[in-house]
Design a binder for this molecule. Structure first.
Ligand code: MN
Length: 231
């Protein structure tokens, strides 16, 4: 047996302190997982977590110490940044209990859930899927994955994003409505998690537009900072 054409290469993300890379299986994202962001999007309270996905090859790897290029996507006039803590799953499972969830985590990274907000809002209004607003090419920038044991106190880490040197988003991972373990438990009730899955855990308040020329610096304390320029 041979393939009709060359299969797509495996998408992978660098790992701190290793020459081995983390091969990506799926990208899950959590919607509205910080209260102040839920409010700015017109919602309140602790609703059950909800999920959407991006294709694995939406990953845009940001190498440490370099400025990655983020191509301004087609069709939109309102490209938004959403800084997020990304959880990298190392051990799969389904119906994972909250108190077992930490064992399934390989590590953490800084990510951006880039969003074509105008298209997402159009789809929301019409009750249609968000794919065109969320799952476009290069929509999932991510930095080096730090293994969990080296990541320090992620639960209490600060998360922040600057654009052209001006702070746009700042919060604490502790302010997640559904924390990492609860998210893994809920997600694994809906899908069987696999090694290689990435979970973008949601963004704090302050989402806003970027334009070509903007430089984004995204930080979660204890993890590798990422820097990107929109072109
Ligand atoms: Mn998001």
């Amino acid at each position: 047996m041979d393939y009709l054409f060359t299969p797509s290469p495996t998408v992978s993300v660098p790992v701190l302190g290793s020459t081995d890379e983390f091969p990506v299986h799926r990208i899950y994202c959590v919607g509205r997982n910080y209260e102040e962001h839920a409010q700015e999007m017109g919602h309140t309270g602790r609703e059950p977590p909800f999920f959407f996905m991006k294709p694995a090859d939406a990953v845009l790897v940001v190498q440490p110490g370099s400025t990655a290029t983020l191509p301004y996507p087609s069709l939109t006039h309102n490209l938004h940044h959403e800084i997020e803590l990304v959880v990298a799953i190392g051990t799969g499972g389904k119906e994972i209990p909250v108190d077992q969830a930490a064992k399934h985590i390989f590590g953490y990274a800084v990510g951006l859930d880039m969003t074509r907000r105008d298209l997402q809002n159009d789809m929301k209004k019409q009750g249609r899927p968000w794919c065109i607003g969320k799952g476009f090419d290069h929509s999932a920038p991510i930095g080096t994955i730090t293994p969990a044991l080296q990541a320090g106190d992620i639960v209490n880490a600060a998360i922040s994003l600057r654009v052209n040197g001006v702070e746009r988003q700042r919060s604490l991972i502790a302010k997640l409505i559904w924390n990492v373990s609860e998210t893994i438990a809920q997600l694994s009730a809906a899908w069987e998690l696999q090694p290689g899955d990435l979970i973008y855990t949601g963004t704090p308040a302050g989402v806003a537009a970027v334009v070509p020329g903007d430089v984004l610096i995204a930080t979660v304390a204890g993890l590798t900072t990422i820097e990107l320029k929109v072109v």
